[in-house]
Ligand binder design. Structure first.
Ligand code: ATP
Ligand code: MG
Length: 285
């Protein structure tokens, strides 16, 4: 029998309201995330990847400016409609996020170690005294930072982009989340560092059985890292399934276009096509 999904998302939708008009940013998003699974979410800019992920723990503007509909079951507990103080306990502790720009997520006026310690104290009250510092250094060590004590005492601007992204991942890991949402975690980094960060995420999943929702523009990263993939366009899921199946036999023309954009040596890079590009191409064909 298949194991119970850790996260069961059904018909998740996000609608923004401004000036009396509704904008549906995403709708009908449905998927399961198993323990230890890496699910990639791909799609063009504005397709609703981030809002769908932020909606899991309602990391979005309050109602009535933003409405979240559908169902998000985390280990059987419904998160949609949960009061804010209960959701705040889920965020960081059970579902942690890492974002594209570590520089904007870390506070520049506090050391890395102080910020990770705050997260640990907020979510793991059982860790106290000198164990907080030990947990901070252990999490920096776990993400491959060679001198964890020194990194802990550094301010964000003192670390390179790759190191800062590792520190962000360490902060997310320090609370031992069940689900890590990685929203374009490598876009701002150069290619070799990108590869190292992706290898780090794959190792963390292997060693800790952590589930990862990996948002990316890059189908190449999907091919190398994820088990399953969800392809979004204009706020909707247009295709989903195991990576091997989707890569070898994509059913939706939009997915085919994304796969055609995987950069290969000696090829010029193409911009990501939009759904309109495909409709135009199929109309011309
Ligand atoms: N706070 C907000 N208020 C109003 N509209 C928003 C807000 N955040 C996102 N949107 C809109 O929701 C839609 C989906 O945005 P989202 O950020 O999820 O896209 P994305 O797929 O993550 O794109 P990218 O690849 O550029 O990060 C977009 O049309 C965006 O303009
Ligand atoms: Mg986004």
């Amino acid at each position: 029998m298949a194991s119970e999904p850790l996260l069961r998302v059904r018909d998740l939708g996000v609608t923004f309201r401004s000036g009396g008009a509704d904008t549906v940013a995403s709708s009908g998003v449905t998927y399961d995330l198993a323990p230890g699974e890496i699910l990639a979410v791909v799609g063009e800019s504005g397709s609703g990847k981030s809002v769908s992920a932020l909606a899991l723990t309602r990391l979005l503007p309050a109602a009535p400016a933003c409405r979240v509909t559908g169902s998000v079951l985390l280990e059987g507990e419904e998160l949609v409609g949960l009061p804010e103080e209960r959701l705040a306990k889920v965020r960081g502790k059970r579902i942690a996020y890492i974002f594209q720009e570590p520089g904007t997520s870390m506070n520049p006026v506090y050391t890395i170690g102080f910020q990770i310690a705050e997260a640990v104290k907020a979510h793991r009250p059982e860790v106290t005294g000198a164990d907080v510092r030990r947990t901070v250094e252990a999490s920096l060590d776990a993400v491959g930072i060679r001198e964890p004590a020194r990194a802990a005492d550094s301010y964000p601007h003192e670390l390179s982009g790759g190191m800062l992204q590792r520190a962000m991942i360490a902060m997310a890991l320090a609370c031992e989340p069940k689900v890590l949402v990685a929203d374009e975690p490598t876009t701002a980094l150069d290619v070799t560092i990108q590869k190292q960060i992706m290898e780090l995420l794959a190792r963390l999943r292997r060693e800790r059985g952590m589930s990862i929702l990996l948002i990316t523009h890059n189908f190449g990263i999907v091919a190398n890292t994820a088990d399953n993939v969800l392809v979004m366009s204009q706020g909707r899921v247009v295709e989903q399934g195991p990576v091997a199946r989707v890569m070898s036999a994509p059913e939706h023309p939009y997915t085919r276009g994304l796969i055609a954009c995987i950069p290969r040596l000696g090829q010029r890079r193409r911009r990501l096509p939009t759904l309109e590009d495909h409709l135009r191409e199929s109309a011309q064909a």
